[in-house]
Write a protein that binds this ligand. Structure first.
Ligand SMILES: [Zn+2]
Length: 326
């Protein structure tokens, strides 16, 4: 699933393509893609609004429209965005189309249909989008952006020390930190030499600093490399290249780049978790509680991973071909 670097890349690609364009109509072929409106009301609400800004908050793409509206797009598993001339034939996986006044279309393509698009009014006082019930702000439950300058090691320490639980689920918790998902949580923990099942309360000052620095360094490099094109993620200007730099994610059974021992895979909270049990030692105090999870550790699944990788590459190429046909 696209995380902070992937969504940031989509926002950066999309921005120069659509900034200043006006939405004249919309078509929706899968009503559940729309989180806040039915297709007819959504079409009525967006028509005539100009695109004033394209950005990101956590894993959400945030498009600000004239007239105080905000469009949020959550790509989820397989969501993709393309901007094409209206004459390009539409493939069956396109769920939502925003027709632009200049004859182009923004197409939201989503094979698995988990993606969500929301339309919200902005609160005049705070400038933040409000939920349709006028209640809490849409972004209200999100933690800080890890690449923000204001997010210092001190701020990170304060947040960690207010939490219990294990590191892997903590990093995935969007109210703890915004935008980190499965890929970059595994990579950051490996870089910081911290076991994914280690409890947050046992971190020492130095552990906290290493984790903070690892999270920021990996996310920054991933943004630079346009994200990781694993599965279906691709951006308007093409695939990312960060997948080649991942050290443990989906590398079960391969040699750990630091010590040469095989990367292991366990399931933590229904999410695959990749780590090196030599470089990321579990403290004795955490071992007993983690025993059941660790017993399920898988060995090498290299060939299956390779097959999955190739299938995803084929799907991404098909998506690009479909959007450039005609
Ligand atoms: Zn290792």
């Amino acid at each position: 699933m696209p995380e902070l670097p992937e969504v940031e890349t989509v926002a950066r690609d999309l921005r120069p393509l659509v900034l200043g364009a006006t939405i004249v109509r919309s078509r929706c072929s899968w009503a559940r893609t729309l989180r806040t409106h039915d297709p007819a009301r959504f079409a009525e609400a967006v028509a005539g609004h100009a695109i004033e800004a394209v950005g990101r908050r956590a894993k959400l793409l945030v498009i600000r429209l004239s007239g105080g509206l905000v469009l949020t797009i959550h790509l989820k598993m397989t969501g993709q965005l393309f901007v094409v001339p209206a004459a390009v034939p539409e493939d069956p996986y396109v769920r939502l189309v925003l027709e632009l006044a200049d004859g182009r279309e923004i197409r939201f393509r989503d094979i698995r249909k988990f993606g969500k698009v929301g339309l919200y009014e902005v609160d005049d006082a705070s400038g933040e989008p409000l939920t349709e019930r006028g209640g809490a702000a849409v972004f209200g439950d999100l933690g800080p952006e890890p690449l923000d300058e204001a997010f210092t090691v001190r701020a990170f320490r304060r947040r960690v020390r207010a939490r219990r639980g294990r590191l892997k689920p903590l990093l995935l918790d969007q109210s703890f930190l915004a935008g980190v998902g499965n890929i970059y949580a595994d990579e950051a923990l490996w870089a910081a030499r911290l076991h994914p099942l280690r409890s947050a309360v046992t971190l020492r000052r130095d552990d906290e600093r290493r984790l903070y620095e690892a999270i920021r360094a990996i996310l920054a490099e991933a943004v630079e490399r346009r994200g990781s094109s694993i599965d279906d993620y691709t951006a308007p200007d093409g695939d990312g290249a960060m997948q080649e730099r991942l050290q443990v994610y989906q590398r079960t059974g391969e040699a750990c780049p630091r010590c040469g021992r095989p990367i292991r895979r366990i399931v933590v909270g229904a999410r695959s978790t990749h780590f090196c049990s030599w470089c990321q030692r579990l403290r004795a105090a955490d071992r007993k509680a983690a025993a059941a999870i660790l017993r399920g550790a898988g060995g090498g699944t290299g060939s299956r991973t390779e097959q999955t990788r190739r299938a995803a590459e084929t799907r991404r190429a098909a998506a690009r071909a479909a959007m450039s046909a005609g």
